[in-house]
Design a protein around this ligand. Structure first.
Ligand code: CO8
Length: 259
């Protein structure tokens, strides 16, 4: 084989990161990680027009403390595994449809996090297509390790303004600020992802893996050291009535926008 796997998200309608999705994602990734023949993975979506809509908001609304804890551990687990993966990880952020205002995002928050966690990001060249960590728009705050991952890609200044504003960046803007590495016409996305993968795999795995670890270790260690504290923070934050209200209003807004 080529030593390259493609993981296609397929959880319609919008590939939201539910507890089930996250659990399955981790199992699939672990299988690939343990498969010595597999050296790289391309992450993409099998759902037309959407890469991922981010964390599943219904998992964060009106649930028990135990549920919030389980959900948040699963989010942490996804990030820890992907950010520390020994494989080359390429995100092929595909979307092929025009999304209605005011939420034109096709890869908001958690979806953007997945892309940021990869080694390389390629995005379909569609001006209507956007990506970003938009937590602030939902009245919530990105956890420190989302922020760290973002800073490692775009630098502190861009990350700061983008996070404060909860910006969803259009594809050209995402490219300009370095949030994605390149834009390609949609029909070329798959071929381009394969070509980039070959370029990364042309190097010896060992040196590349050690370099990746060197670049990412501080950020990974920080979550590992504060994992339980981070779960408790999430629970106390998400359990606040004011936060629950913001999330309910945001969900209402999503539903109305459609009508
Ligand atoms: N979670 C749950 N349900 C969702 C989500 C989501 N993230 N996104 C969309 N849905 C639902 C919609 O409510 C709708 O449901 P229904 O059919 O019952 O009305 C259905 O999916 C289809 O959605 P749309 O009609 O909106 O589909 P469109 O194709 O028009 O738009 C978008 C797709 C652009 C993805 C749009 O749905 C959207 O903008 N969604 C919101 C995305 C978002 O803001 N996600 C951020 C989530 S927060 C996060 O990921 C990080 C949280 C960190 C927490 C830290 C706390 C301390």
């Amino acid at each position: 084989g080529t030593g390259v796997a493609t993981m296609k998200f397929k959880s319609p309608p919008v590939n939201s990161l539910s507890l089930d999705f996250l659990t399955e994602f981790c199992i699939s990734l672990e299988k690939l990680e343990n498969d010595r023949a597999c050296r790289g993975v391309i992450l993409t979506s099998a759902v037309p027009k959407i890469f991922s809509s981010g964390l599943d908001i219904t998992e964060m609304c009106g649930k028990s403390t135990e549920h919030y804890a389980e959900f948040w551990r699963a989010v942490q687990e996804m990030w820890l595994r992907l950010y520390s993966s020994n494989m080359v990880t390429v995100a092929a952020v595909n979307a092929n449809s025009l999304l209605p205002s005011p939420c034109q995002g096709s890869s908001p928050a958690g979806g953007c996090l997945i892309a940021l966690t990869c080694d390389y990001r390629i995005m379909a060249e569609n001006p209507k297509f956007s990506i970003g960590l938009n937590e602030a728009q939902l009245g919530i705050v990105a956890p420190f390790w989302f922020k760290d991952t973002f800073v490692n890609v775009v630098g502190h200044r861009v990350a700061e303004s983008s996070l404060q504003l909860g910006s969803l960046h259009s594809a050209p803007e995402a490219h300009r600020i370095g949030l994605v590495d390149e834009l390609v016409p949609e029909e070329k996305l798959k071929d381009r992802a394969t070509a980039v993968m070959q370029q990364w795999l042309a190097l010896p795995d060992h040196a590349r893996q050690l370099t990746k670890t060197m670049m990412r270790k501080a950020v990974l260690d920080r979550l590992v050291a504060h994992r339980e504290e981070d779960v408790q923070n999430f629970i106390s934050f998400i359990s606040k009535e004011s936060i629950q209200k913001s999330l309910r209003m945001y969900m209402e807004m999503l539903k109305k926008k459609k009508g």
